[in-house]
Design a protein around this ligand. Structure first.
Ligand SMILES: [Zn+2]
Length: 437
């Protein structure tokens, strides 16, 4: 009798392999470091890179390569169709330790709370986790409560490995040519700084770096960093009357003028954007307030930047002896601006999800992915679910059945791209000079 926890027989068939790989990969410490200047930011990421390169060779993939920047690339030739890129990042977040990860497998989850064995105060509560509560009967992987799990993004790595190993072992299955890419330093925001799109050679790609099963992401924030610099005038406080201009107080005045109950991460969700002061530094003589500004709509993002400009001008007018300057640096744009150039790329991910027995949906990401930067540079790269949850925390967990569904979706996706109906739908012209609409 088929196991009802899996939406398709293929997902059931891939489950053991995806679990075995996942448990192995999460035990390799690959935490990246945003303060490091080296590439990759931590040498330990290469431990997993070497392991994956060996396993790709053993699975029979071609052109397996660990590049000088720490990326792992490999090829699985296909029968026909565009070359499909499959991407996942090997590093884990700096928010929690990734050293000595001890995964716990809770088979046939009963719907109750899961106590994490390394720290009894850490409990995965069904009441706080509606998705966990829905997954009664699933096999759940958690941490021991002292580290993160690293399902972000080793779930994606394990799913891609499982899918390509399956296809390599079944040459009778027709699929499009595949390029595999495992990246470093996604969590530091520098994941694709050295990613050579031409050398990768895919017509388009997918990151396996999402979460809830069925969710496809084709939108992310449009993002900028804003700095407001304040130059005051420092005088010995004993003789400062009518002379001293305190930059610290002016910085505080600027922060105080921000909207109190709106336009902040702590008061918004869904499609709403925000301005968010993230750092304040300074002395009496000079101070700086740094903000991140986010919105899905680039125009609205500019309006939020304008609001900061108005506040800075207001305070500058009140204290004409101070010099207040504002600078804006764009970090990344909403990838939908680029993905709309070839809707078939995202639609194919949805169709593959359907063929894996799951109804897909789209939801904008309140953040960015490697695919955000790659899409801007011409390699269209939407994001696919992995079945991992509560990322960057010791309460991170993943469902084996969902990871298997994701691996099955990758197989369906690469099969689909070898079908004439889909091959002709995608516009695979050179998009290296792509620009937003
Ligand atoms: Zn991730």
């Amino acid at each position: 009798m088929p196991d009802a926890r899996y939406p398709t027989p293929l997902a059931a068939q891939l489950a053991d392999d995806v679990l075995e790989r996942f448990l192995r990969y999460v035990q390799v410490d690959t935490q990246s470091d945003s303060d490091s200047e080296t590439v990759p930011s931590t040498a330990k990421q290469l431990d997993l890179g070497r392991m994956l390169a060996d396993e790709l060779r053993e699975a029979g993939l071609d052109e397996v390569e660990l590049t000088e920047h720490g990326y792992v690339f490999a090829t699985l030739p296909g029968s026909t169709g565009p070359t499909v890129g499959l991407l996942a990042h090997m590093d884990t977040s700096g928010d929690e330790s990734g050293t000595n990860v001890k995964p716990q497998l809770v088979k046939n989850y009963d719907g109750g709370d899961i106590v994490l064995p390394g720290d009894p105060r850490k409990v995965l509560r069904a009441a706080d986790n509606p998705i966990l509560a829905e997954n009664v009967g699933h096999d759940i992987v958690t941490t021991d409560g002292t580290t993160l799990l690293g399902a972000d993004d080793k779930a994606g790595v394990a799913e891609i490995m499982t899918a390509v190993a399956y296809l390599a072992a079944h040459p009778e299955i027709e699929h499009a040519p595949i390029r595999v890419g495992f990246t470093v330093d996604e969590e530091t925001g520098r994941g694709v700084d050295h990613f050579d799109i031409d050398a990768f050679g895919a017509d388009f790609a997918y990151t396996l770096d999402g979460s809830e099963v069925g969710r496809i992401d084709d939108e992310n924030f449009s993002a900028s960093d804003v700095r407001i610099r304040i130059e005051g005038h420092s005088v010995h406080p004993g003789t400062a009357k009518d002379k001293l201009v305190n930059a610290v107080k002016l910085a505080a005045r600027i922060v105080e003028r921000l909207p109190q109950n709106a336009l902040s991460p702590e008061t918004t969700d869904g499609r709403e954007g925000f301005v968010h002061p993230v750092r304040i530094t300074g002395t009496v003589a000079e101070a700086e307030v740094r903000f991140i500004v986010r919105d899905f709509d680039a125009q609205k993002r500019e309006e939020h930047e304008q609001l900061l400009r108005e506040i800075a001008d207001e305070v500058a007018n009140e204290e004409s002896r101070a010099t207040i300057t504002l600078s804006v640096e764009e970090s990344y744009r909403n990838m939908k601006e680029y993905l709309d150039a070839d809707p078939a790329v995202t639609e194919a991910a949805e169709e593959a999800t359907r063929r894996s027995g799951i109804e897909p949906w789209r939801e904008p990401i309140r953040g960015g992915t490697d695919g955000t930067m790659l899409s801007a540079r011409g390699l269209l790269t939407p994001n696919i679910f992995t079945g991992g949850h509560q990322y960057h925390s010791v309460l991170e967990w993943a469902s084996v059945q969902e990871m298997a569904t994701s691996a099955a979706t990758i197989v369906e996706l690469t099969k689909l791209w070898a079908e004439p109906e889909w091959t002709t739908r995608s516009d695979t012209r050179d998009r290296s000079a792509a620009s937003p609409r």
